[in-house]
Design a protein around this ligand. Structure first.
Ligand code: AMP
Length: 211
């Protein structure tokens, strides 16, 4: 049995066509079904529907052989012990620093101000500001980061941006790009050795489809 972990929403929607070109089609739609284990047209392949941040954990411990996870999640939670053979080029976005439209970020940084930064991506933010030599107090949030600068909780946020609509709607602007983000295929290293005959053709099909 080959088990593939992935999250609902954009990752699932954009992985489904890649799976299809590898000959794998889920028997249920995760948006409609409450099932967390989805059977596929192939008796030897199943999908696990887990939280995006849990995908690396399932693959690390071998509860899933393969997974699809955003680079944001892998950078933040550590991709240790995982083989990352492929950038799938899906779920693309950017990790950025954003501030209220009227806030002079460059000046604040130049003056060595201590910035309060709210984010879900504490590790990523810490590394980014440390590399720039900017002093920050990091405030961990679990969602709706855009609210933090509007309520005085923080001066800036670190968050993912795609179209920029969410930032614009909240009168925020991106002032720095930390990294481009896309989803990666991750593989359990032991599974790759033990189940190579079954996994290798899948990796090749993914690589062809992701091009
Ligand atoms: P947008 O309004 O298109 O810039 O999208 C921004 C919102 O969508 C933010 O709340 C982000 O956290 C979220 N978002 C955008 N792209 C992604 C992605 N690839 N993965 C997860 N969340 C994303």
């Amino acid at each position: 049995m080959i088990t593939i972990a992935l999250s609902k929403g954009r990752i699932y929607d954009e992985t489904a066509p890649l799976l299809k070109s590898a000959g794998i089609v889920a028997r249920d739609d995760p948006e409609r079904s409450r099932k967390l284990i989805l059977r596929t047209n192939r008796a030897d392949v199943r999908l696990l529907i887990v939280r995006a941040t849990d995908v690396p954990t399932y693959v690390q411990y071998g509860a899933a052989d393969l997974g699809v996870a955003g680079k944001d999640v892998l950078d933040e939670n550590g991709g240790q012990g995982l083989y990352q053979p492929l950038d799938l080029g899906i779920a693309r976005c950017r990790m950025v620093v954003a501030v209220p439209a009227g806030f002079d970020y460059r000046r604040a940084v130049r003056q060595g101000a201590r910035l309060r930064v709210a984010t879900k991506y504490v590790q990523t933010a810490r590394e980014h500001f440390a590399a720039k030599g900017v002093h920050v107090d990091l405030i961990k949030l679990y969602g709706s980061m855009e609210l933090a600068p509007l309520t005085g909780l923080a001066d800036a946020i670190v968050d993912l941006v795609d179209t920029g609509n969410t930032l614009r709607a909240n009168r925020l602007k991106a002032v720095e790009e930390i990294a481009p983000v896309s989803a990666r295929l991750i593989v359990n290293q032991a599974a790759l050795k033990v189940k190579r005959a079954a996994i290798q053709p899948l990796l090749e099909a993914f690589a062809r489809a992701a091009r």
